[in-house]
Design a protein around this ligand. Structure first.
Ligand code: GRF
Length: 214
């Protein structure tokens, strides 16, 4: 069976991209990363892709007068590559409903909270402010409602007294690097599917759940 071809969208350092690259290189992996696109030319993740001999390019959103022009250019690049899956890995652009709907069922994102809690930005500071004792990350299908697509998997971490947003972010990031590759492998192998807006894993509604293993 041929491997699923994956395109990864990034904006920053690409630690999630690196975890995905490492997982894709394992012998029994069901996916291969064929292309990386960053909306920021200075993104460190571009170097990670190049070092892994993966085609990498920057499409600087600031060089487009309007958001729609950037999205059109990005869609042209994606459609030229014809990936089976498009992964957002630290991709910090909010895309329009038209763009997202074009790739529904093929686009996946990782978000640093236990959705539906703490959608949006500054999730770690907000979790501390809210006084919750469990936090984590979620991998979900991308749809037009930001951070509200069906969940594919979640990993949770404890919040300890004295935690700062930075400490919490680093604890969550360790779990992101476990969770994302597992979820992508499940989708690429056909174990996880999006059916009528819900995730099914091995034929049953539900997804992957990880506990902090540190
Ligand atoms: C990660 O915390 C991810 O959850 C968020 O962006 C952060 C940076 O990710 N979406 P990376 O190191 O660039 O992969």
């Amino acid at each position: 069976m041929s491997k699923a071809r994956v395109l990864v969208l990034i904006s920053g350092g690409g630690s999630n991209l690196q975890a995905l690259i490492d997982a894709s290189l394992k012998a029994n992996s069901s996916f291969e990363i064929s292309h990386v696109i960053s909306n920021r030319p200075e993104a460190g993740g571009l170097l990670r892709a190049t070092k892994a001999s993966i085609a990498a390019e920057a499409l600087d959103h600031k060089s487009f007068k309007e958001r729609a022009f950037f999205e059109d250019a990005l869609a042209r690049r994606i459609d030229h590559v014809t990936p089976d899956l498009i992964l957002c890995a630290g991709f910090m652009r909010i895309m329009s409903a038209d763009f997202v709907n074009r790739y529904e069922g093929r686009m996946i994102n990782i978000h640093p909270s236990l959705l539906p809690n703490f959608q949006g930005l500054n999730t770690h500071a907000r979790a501390l402010e809210a006084g919750v004792t469990l936090h984590g990350c979620s991998v979900h299908w991308v749809n037009a409602d930001v951070d509200q697509g069906a969940i594919i998997g979640q990993a949770c971490v404890p919040i300890f007294p004295g935690d700062t947003p930075e400490i919490l972010a680093s604890r969550v990031l360790v779990q992101e690097h476990r969770l994302y590759p597992l979820c992508v492998e499940a989708v690429a192998s056909g174990r996880a599917k999006l059916i009528h807006g819900r995730t099914f894993l091995d034929g049953l509604q539900g997804g992957i759940a990880l506990l902090d293993n540190s």
